[in-house]
Design a protein around this ligand. Structure first.
Ligand code: CA
Length: 224
């Protein structure tokens, strides 16, 4: 996978390049919009990480021009936090995703991978952790040979946890991604749903797969 990073802040650019390179991506880094456009029009990239505020030609102009020239490479835009108009304009121009600064390198890597997956049409239909499998097409969950009946919410929760297996997921992230909104942190709706899900997938079975990490969140994994 070859990725172009366009970022004029040298330090941030190197940080992005090194972070993505560690994930075995081939990374080219350029610091201005004109150089970016020249690269995009001559090289085949799997994804472009494109800052908006750039010298020469800004990121939105690069995006507009590449789409005009029918280059459909997925684009992840980077921009200053809170600039909603910029974000809307970017998405209208054909950006595939948007990340406000400051961001974590893990977030950039996850988004770039998701973009490439989507673009290549390789959708994962079955996710697997130990003997637990989740078929996201026919929406079937199995633990070993046993079928597990899930509500829509439990399915969405399990899908999110399995897609991030091995990583600790905070309650806040679950609220945002599974419930798609923020609510009062006093609520225990996440805990309740986790408990129900755990009963269905782990009760009477070994190894346990859904773990609570006290004070941090939840993780799907085989060990511990
Ligand atoms: Ca910039």
């Amino acid at each position: 996978m070859r990725v172009l990073v366009v970022e004029d802040e040298k330090k941030l650019g190197s940080f992005l390049r090194n972070g993505l390179a560690q994930e075995n991506l081939v990374v080219d880094l350029v610091h201005d919009g004109s150089a970016a456009l020249a690269q995009i029009l001559t090289q085949a990239y799997d994804a472009v990480v494109l800052d908006i505020m750039l010298p020469g030609r800004d990121g939105l102009s690069v995006l507009r021009e590449m789409r005009r020239q029918r280059v459909n490479t997925p684009v992840l835009l980077l921009s200053a936090r809170g600039n909603v108009n910029e974000r809307i304009e970017g998405l209208n121009l054909g950006a595939d995703d948007y990340l406000p600064k400051p961001f974590s390198i893990d977030e950039v890597i996850a988004r770039v991978r998701a973009l490439v997956r989507r673009a290549s049409g390789e959708h994962t239909t079955i996710m697997q952790v130990a003997d637990l499998s989740l078929n996201v097409v026919n929406r079937e969950a199995m633990r070993g040979a046993a079928k597990i009946e899930l509500t829509n919410r439990e399915f969405a929760l399990l899908e999110y946890l399995m897609a991030h297996a091995g990583r600790v997921i905070t309650k806040t992230a679950l609220c945002e991604h599974v419930w798609e909104h923020h609510f009062d942190t006093g609520t225990n709706v996440v805990e309740v749903c986790i408990q129900r899900l755990r009963r269905k997938i782990d009760d009477g079975r070994s190894p346990k797969l859904l773990h609570t990490i006290r004070g941090a969140g939840y993780v799907m994994r085989e060990d511990q």
